[in-house]
Design a protein around this ligand. Structure first.
Ligand SMILES: [Zn+2]
Length: 226
C-alpha cells in the first residue's frame, strides 16, 4: 500500500538564484523585481519590495487561518522586527527594510544612515540622556534626582531613513559597472532572503504557539461604608 502524502501547496519563496557573471541576468532580476511605494501613492517614489500579504504566501488554509489570528498579537511583530533590525544593522543602516502599505503588507527597501545623536552623557539609574557632558553640568540627574550621570565613552548614533527616496526607479542599469550591478544584486537578494526568513519565523511561531485570550483584571477602588 502506498501512503499518499497530503499535498501541501508550495510555499512562495522571494529569493532566487541570479548568475552574477551575467549582466543580462542581473539587469533582468533588478528591473523585474516587485516594487512598492516608499511612502504613499502620491509621493510616487518606489523601491524594491516584497508582497507579504498572507494570501500571497502560498500557505495551506489551516496555516493561513492561524496566522490571521497570530498577526493580531503585538509580540508577533516584535519578533519579526528583530530580523529586520539584524538586516539593517548588517548594512550599517545605509539600507533598511521597513513595512509599508495600509496594513503593513509590504516589506520595502529604504535608504538611510546614522549620524551622531549629540548626546554626551546619560544617567546610569534611569537612563535619561543628556546633551551636556558631566564636566559642564556635574553628575546629578534632574529626572531621578540621583548623582548617577556619566559621560558616554562612545556617544550613541542616531538612525535615520529617507522614506521618500526612491531606489533605482526607472533605472536601466546600462551605465552601471559589472561590480556595481553585482553589489546591487547581492543587496536585493539579501533583502529577498530577509522576506523568506520573516515568513519562516512566522510559520515557526504559528506551529509552536496558539493565541490565547487573557483577561486582565484591573484593581479597582470600591467605596464601602465603615
Ligand atoms: Zn536619572
Amino acid at each position: 500500500m502506498v501512503l499518499m502524502k497530503k499535498e501541501t501547496p508550495a510555499r512562495h519563496l522571494f529569493s532566487r538564484r541570479v548568475d552574477k557573471r551575467s549582466r543580462a541576468e542581473m539587469t533582468a532580476y533588478l528591473s523585474g523585481h516587485f516594487r512598492y511605494n516608499t511612502m504613499n501613492s502620491w509621493n510616487r517614489s518606489t523601491s524594491y519590495a516584497c508582497n507579504m500579504k498572507l494570501y500571497k504566501l502560498g500557505l495551506d488554509r489551516g496555516t493561513e487561518d492561524k496566522l490571521w489570528d497570530i498577526i493580531q498579537v503585538p509580540e508577533f511583530y516584535e519578533r519579526l522586527n528583530e530580523r529586520i533590525e539584524d538586516f539593517n544593522w548588517q548594512h550599517n543602516y545605509l539600507w533598511q527594510a521597513g513595512w509599508n502599505g495600509r496594513s503593513g503588507g509590504y516589506l520595502v527597501l529604504y535608504q538611510g544612515g546614522t549620524k551622531p545623536s549629540g548626546y554626551r552623557s546619560y544617567c546610569t539609574k534611569c537612563g535619561q540622556k543628556n546633551y551636556t557632558s558631566i564636566a559642564e553640568t556635574g553628575n546629578w540627574c534632574g529626572v531621578c534626582n540621583e548623582e548617577a550621570r556619566v559621560d558616554y565613552i562612545k556617544p550613541p548614533m542616531q538612525i535615520f531613513s529617507f522614506p521618500g527616496r526612491d531606489v533605482d526607479m526607472d533605472e536601466d542599469f546600462e551605465d552601471w559597472s559589472l561590480y556595481e550591478l553585482q553589489q546591487r544584486t547581492e543587496l536585493v537578494q539579501e533583502f529577498d532572503r530577509l522576506a523568506d526568513d520573516i515568513v519562516a519565523e512566522a510559520l515557526y511561531i504559528a506551529q509552536n504557539h496558539s493565541v490565547e485570550e487573557r483577561t486582565v483584571y484591573m484593581p479597582t477602588t470600591e467605596l464601602v461604608l465603615a
